[in-house]
Write a protein that binds this ligand. Structure first.
Ligand code: FES
Length: 132
């Protein structure tokens, strides 16, 4: 389910909410015209993507936000388990599990696959706009 953005005087700018509505690793998913867009905060910055997975169009912006999983090597250079990397948050598609970097929108395993970015701005007054 998504919220509706409020159209600004500039017909291509849509107010999606207040800065405080999107804490670190938080999100808003909004309808703006004929598009649904997810807005996320990563490392203090806002990023936004169209809510269409590059695989088969699934609602990627409504997927789980999880840390990347890194394989660990032991002293002999052999696999020694795995660990979460909280510095690289991913979002996983709820349909078939494609995983993308939240920061870049690129697929975790194949960088040529990616989400469609949407320009997003945060004003000094604490409002968040997307441009679609
Ligand atoms: S539609 Fe997203 S993984 Fe298939």
């Amino acid at each position: 389910m998504s919220e509706s953005a409020t159209s600004a005087p500039d017909k291509q700018a849509w107010r999606v909410g207040a800065s405080a509505d999107i804490p670190e690793h938080g999100r808003l998913v909004v309808d703006a015209g004929d598009k649904t867009v997810g807005v996320f905060r990563v490392d203090g910055r806002l990023v936004a993507y169209e809510n269409r997975c590059a695989h088969m169009g699934g609602p990627i912006c409504q997927g789980l936000i999880v840390p990347a999983v890194r394989e660990k090597l032991n002293e002999a250079g052999q696999l020694g388990g795995s660990e979460f990397d909280e510095s690289d948050m991913h979002i996983a598609c709820p349909w078939h599990g494609y995983e993308y970097s939240l920061k870049t929108g690129r697929h975790a395993g194949k960088k040529s696959i990616g989400l469609r970015p949407v320009p997003v701005e945060e004003t000094a007054d604490g409002d968040v706009y997307i441009h679609v």
